[in-house]
Design a protein around this ligand. Structure first.
Ligand code: PEP
Ligand code: MG
Length: 535
C-alpha cells in the first residue's frame, strides 16, 4: 500500500482499477550511439512497423468510414517514404552520432515549421501530419506501440500528464477518476474533470512506472491524496464513504425543480458550463436553467482538422434543441495557451497565455471565425442562442467583430437573431466595462483568466497554487465594478469561471448583485441548495 499526496480538483471520492494512460507524445532524449549502421537498421525497423500500422489503419478506415477519410493514412505513408524527410533523419544519425528517435524529433520540428510557414492553407495543415507520423515512428522506435488508448471498463486513469485534447478523447462514461503526476488545479484538464464530475488529483508525488494496470486505487479529493493498493480495512472504509457520497448525491435530487431564489427573493440564474453536446445528459439531469458557457473550442481540439460548418451547426443545433427555450451561451473559439490545435499551424510563442489566442486568433484567421459564426447563426432558430466573445480587451475589438458579424449576418439571414455578449476576463475589459456595457446584451465574468491576468500569475503554474488567489481583493473589486457597470446600462452580468461554484463566495456575489452563476453540471444542485439558504 502506498499513499500519494497531490492537489485535489474536486471534493469527490473514487475507487477502482488503475488504467495507465500512455501519452502518445514521448519525451525524446538525445542519446549518443556507437554504431551508426545498427542505428540505421533500427530506424528501418521503426519505419517498417509504422508503414505496416498505416496500411492496416487505411484498410480499417476504408471499411468503417469513407475513402476520403482513409486517404490521410496514405498521405502519412508517403511522408515516411519521402526522400528529403528520410535523408534529414539519416544524415543527422550519421553526422552527429545520435539515436534515431532524436534524429526523427529534429526532422519533425524542421518539417513541421516548413509546412506551417507556407502560404497555402492546405499545406499549412500538413504540419500536423508531419508531427503525427513522426510521433508514430518515435513510438515504434521506443517500442511504445501505436500509443492508442482504449478504456474497456470503468477505471481510474493514471497518467504522467493529460492535455485537454487527450482528456476530451477519453470515453467519459468509463472514467471513475483521474490521477496525474503533473498538472495544476486551474488548467483546462482540471476543468474538464470537474465538468465530468469525476474525482481528480493532479500534481501527485508518485512514479508512474511503479503503477500497474488492474491494481486497486482510491482517490480522495477531500484529503487530496491517492491510495495505491489499499489494504482490506481501507477498502471497506472507502466503500462506506462511497455509499455516503451516493446518498448525499441522492438527497441533492430534492432540489431538482426548485426555483433558485434567495430567502429575500433575489432570483439567480443557475446555468451550466459544458464542452460538448455529450455533456447534456448531466446538464439536464441536474436541472440547469440554461447553458452559461459552451466552450466551443473543445469541438476543435484533439482533431486533425477544424470542424466543418456542418459539423458545428449540428453540435450547436443539438444543444439548442435539447435546452428548449432556456438560454444557451456559446462562446466562440477560445483556442491558445493550453488549448492547442496543431492543424492551425500556429507559431510557438514565448508567452502563449498572452499570445495570439481566443478573439485575437479569430480576428487574424477570419475564415475560421466566419465558418463558426455561419454555423452559429444557422443554428440560432433552433433555440435561445446567445453568442459570447472571449478575451475581449477593447472596444476596437468589438468594432472588428461587428464588421465580420454583419457580413456573415447578411449572408446567412437567420430567422432569429441571437443575443450578443462578451467575457470579462481581462482587467482591461473590467476597467472599461462601463463603455463595453453600452455595446452588448450581457457580460459573463471569466474568473479563471481574470485572476491570472490581474495577479500576473500563470493559471497553469504548478508551483503557484499557494499564491494564485482568486479571492484576492483586486479580483473581487473587478467583479464588483463589472456587475455595477452592467446594471447601470441595464444589462445582466454573470460569472462562468470556476469561482462561480465557490460557495464561500456565494453570499458575496449575491450582495454584489450577480444575475447568473454558471458552474459544472455536477455542482448545480449543491449551489442551488446554497443559494436557497442565502438570506
Ligand atoms: C475563465 O477564464 O474564467 C473562463 C471561464 O474561460 P476558460 O476557463 O475557458 O479560459
Ligand atoms: Mg478564459
Amino acid at each position: 500500500m502506498q499513499e500519494f499526496r497531490g492537489k485535489s480538483v474536486i471534493d469527490k471520492i473514487a475507487m477502482g482499477e488503475v488504467k495507465v494512460f500512455k501519452n502518445k507524445k514521448t519525451e525524446v532524449k538525445k542519446t549518443l550511439i556507437e554504431d551508426v549502421s545498427l542505428e540505421i537498421v533500427r530506424l528501418e525497423e521503426g519505419l517498417k512497423a509504422s508503414t505496416d500500422q498505416l496500411s492496416k489503419l487505411y484498410k480499417k478506415a476504408l471499411e468503417s468510414v469513407s475513402e476520403n477519410d482513409a486517404e490521410i493514412f496514405e498521405v502519412h505513408k508517403m511522408m515516411l517514404e519521402d526522400d528529403g524527410f528520410l535523408n534529414a533523419i539519416k544524415d543527422r544519425i550519421k553526422e552527429e552520432n545520435v539515436c534515431a528517435e532524436y534524429a526523427v524529433e529534429c526532422a519533425k520540428s524542421e518539417y513541421a515549421k516548413l509546412f506551417a510557414n507556407m502560404d497555402d492553407e492546405y499545406m499549412q495543415a500538413r504540419a500536423t501530419d508531419v508531427k503525427d507520423v513522426s510521433d508514430r515512428l518515435i513510438n515504434n522506435l521506443l517500442n511504445k506501440g501505436e500509443g492508442d488508448f482504449e478504456l474497456k471498463k470503468p477505471s481510474v486513469i493514471v497518467a504522467y500528464d493529460l492535455s485537454p485534447s487527450e482528456t476530451v478523447s477519453l470515453d467519459k462514461s468509463k472514467i471513475l477518476g483521474i490521477l496525474t503526476v503533473k498538472g495544476s488545479t486551474n488548467s483546462h484538464t482540471a476543468i474538464l474533470a470537474r465538468t465530468m464530475g469525476v474525482a481528480a488529483i493532479v500534481s501527485a508525488d508518485f512514479n508512474l512506472e511503479n503503477v500497474k494496470d488492474g491494481e486497486t486505487i482510491i482517490l480522495d479529493g477531500f484529503e487530496s491524496k491517492a491510495i495505491y493498493e489499499p489494504d482490506d480495512s481501507l477498502i471497506s472504509l472507502y466503500k462506506e464513504k462511497l455509499e455516503k457520497q451516493s446518498k448525499d448525491l441522492e438527497s441533492l435530487k430534492s432540489f431538482i425543480g426548485k426555483e433558485t431564489i434567495t430567502k429575500t427573493g433575489k432570483k439567480i440564474n443557475l446555468f451550466a458550463n459544458i464542452g460538448a453536446p455529450s455533456d447534456l445528459p448531466s446538464v439536464l439531469s441536474n436541472d440547469a436553467e440554461g447553458i452559461g458557457l459552451f466552450r466551443s473550442e473543445f469541438l476543435y481540439i484533439g482533431k486533425t482538422e477544424a470542424p466543418s460548418e456542418e459539423e458545428q451547426f449540428n453540435a450547436y443545433k443539438e444543444v439548442l434543441e435539447k435546452m428548449g427555450d432556456k438560454p444557451v451561451i456559446i462562446r466562440t473559439l477560445d483556442i491558445g495557451a493550453d488549448k492547442k490545435a496543431d492543424y492551425l499551424g500556429l507559431k510557438d510563442e514565448e508567452n502563449p497565455a498572452m499570445g495570439l489566442r481566443a478573439i485575437r486568433l479569430c480576428l487574424t484567421n477570419k475564415d475560421i471565425f466566419k465558418t463558426q459564426l455561419r454555423a452559429l447563426l444557422r443554428a440560432s432558430e433552433y433555440g435561445n442562442l446567445h453568442i459570447m466573445y472571449p478575451m475581449i480587451t477593447s472596444g476596437s475589438e468589438l468594432d472588428k467583430i461587428d464588421v465580420i458579424y454583419k457580413e456573415v449576418l447578411n449572408d446567412v439571414k437567420p430567422k432569429k437573431l441571437p443575443k450578443i455578449g462578451i467575457m470579462i476576463e481581462t482587467p482591461a475589459a473590467a476597467i472599461i466595462s462601463d463603455k463595453l456595457a453600452k455595446r452588448v446584451d450581457f457580460f459573463s465574468i471569466g474568473t479563471n483568466d481574470l485572476t491570472q491576468y490581474t495577479l500576473a500569475m500563470d493559471r497553469q503554474g504548478e508551483n503557484l497554487d499557494e499564491f494564485f488567489d482568486p479571492h484576492h481583493e483586486a479580483v473581487l473589486q473587478l467583479i464588483r465594478i463589472t456587475i455595477d457597470n452592467a446594471h447601470k446600462e441595464g444589462i445582466w452580468a454573470g460569472i462562468c469561471g470556476e469561482l462561480a461554484a465557490d460557495e464561500s463566495l456565494t453570499h458575496e456575489f449575491i450582495k454584489m448583485g450577480v444575475d447568473e452563476l454558471s458552474v459544472s453540471p455536477a455542482k448545480l444542485l449543491d449551489l442551488r441548495k446554497a443559494i436557497i439558504s442565502e438570506s
